[in-house]
Write a protein of this length. Structure first.
Length: 369
């Protein structure tokens, strides 16, 4: 039995008629390119704002762009510092560096793998302008502590919600704590388009207006370019597909939680560490990440049995070649240095079957280093 890491085809087949109709409507209306007049873009922005109970959603080309656009809207650049976690996809730190600012890394918690909130204050300097907490794997950061620090030092908080659509902290949706938030709708996300797509959310009228201009060549009206911007628009097809998918998101997240609990019960190998849900968090399990001291051998054993798996991520950000000029050592981020050698993502998606879960668990339980 081959078990895919994610099965997007199965999700499509479950909602094929709705999705096909949405695509057909966009083609009929020739509403392909995003912009202020695209009714499919407008509809999804309104729906996503309603989902989060926020005033503004500004769609854009991808999640990375959404981070860069927010940073630019807050005038963050050369000479500034932005705090980011040591474990994340490079887009988090890359977006900071591309503005000219310096990403300042903070080690992660050994259990949740989220930014270690207790270590954030120690790296704040006069140059610090923002914090980007990442809700990694769908697990929610303690946003109450982050916002307290931000208020104390007058910092901007930009939530990176790329992997956590619908996650909550203390019953409140992530993406609604910070001053602005970044979302990715990459196809494999909990809420995914059929290509690259992203969004910015905020309650600030001023930041929303700036982000909308930056994402659309510096204009709010056609040919009225108030600033130099970029071309970062969501396509109409993606917006229409996301509008079909959004009403199903909560149910899909519930299924991910049920599947995570099934894994929790089925995996009984004492040498394997299971995911830890952050206190007061509602984890949406974009990824189900286990730890093994013999990760690479376990990965090979799973793949030999037809189980697809992945590593998120094999190298902590400070140790990437892109940041070698900072000359970081493993002792600077000891937790990140260790966990990136141990973590392994196993198949997780709403439609995964009990048979597939038990097969994955069986291979893990029979694994001997």
């Amino acid at each position: 039995m081959k078990i895919p890491f994610v099965d997007l085809k199965r999700q499509y087949q479950s909602h094929r008629s709705e999705i096909d109709l949405a695509i057909s409507n966009v083609i009929t209306d020739t509403a392909f390119v995003g912009g202020n007049s695209n009714k499919y873009i407008q509809a999804f922005e309104k729906e996503f704002s309603s989902f989060l109970s926020l005033k503004h959603t500004i769609t854009c080309a991808n999640g990375t762009d959404s981070l860069e656009i927010i940073l630019e809207a807050y005038n963050i650049g050369k000479g500034d510092e932005v705090i980011v976690p040591a474990v994340s996809w490079i887009a988090t730190s890359e977006s900071v560096g591309r503005t000219g600012a310096k990403p300042v890394f903070v080690d992660v918690d050994k259990d949740t793998l989220l930014i270690d909130v207790s270590k954030v204050e120690s790296v704040i300097t006069k140059s610090t302008k923002a914090i980007i907490p990442v809700h990694l794997y769908g697990n929610a950061v303690n946003m109450e502590k982050i916002m307290q620090l931000a208020a104390k030092y007058n910092l901007v908080v930009i939530e990176d919600c790329a992997q956590a659509h619908g996650a909550k902290y203390n019953g409140k949706l992530i993406g609604t704590f910070g001053h602005a938030s970044s979302f990715s709708f990459y196809p494999g996300k909990n809420l995914g388009a059929y290509g690259d797509a992203g969004a910015i959310t905020t309650n600030s009228d001023n930041i929303a207006s700036k982000c909308r201009m930056i994402a659309n060549h510096g204009q709010l009206k056609k040919h009225a370019h108030l600033i130099e911007g970029r071309n970062s628009r969501m396509d109409g097809l993606h917006a229409a597909i996301l509008s079909v998918k959004l009403p199903h998101l909560n149910k899909w997240n519930e299924l991910r939680n049920l599947n995570a609990k099934k894994y929790d019960r089925a995996i009984i190998n004492a040498a394997i560490e299971l995911p830890v849900v952050n206190s007061n968090a509602y984890h949406v399990f974009h990824l189900y990440v286990i730890k093994s001291a013999n990760r690479d051998k376990l990965k090979m054993a799973l793949e030999a049995e037809g189980v697809e798996c992945a590593i998120h991520y094999p190298t902590a950000l400070p140790f990437m070649e892109a940041y070698q000029h900072f000359q970081y050592r493993e002792s600077d981020f000891p937790v990140a240095a260790v966990v990136t050698k141990n973590i392994l993502s196993i198949p997780m998606f709403p439609e995964i079957t009990d048979e597939q879960i038990l097969k994955v668990a069986s291979v893990i339980n029979n694994f001997k280093a």
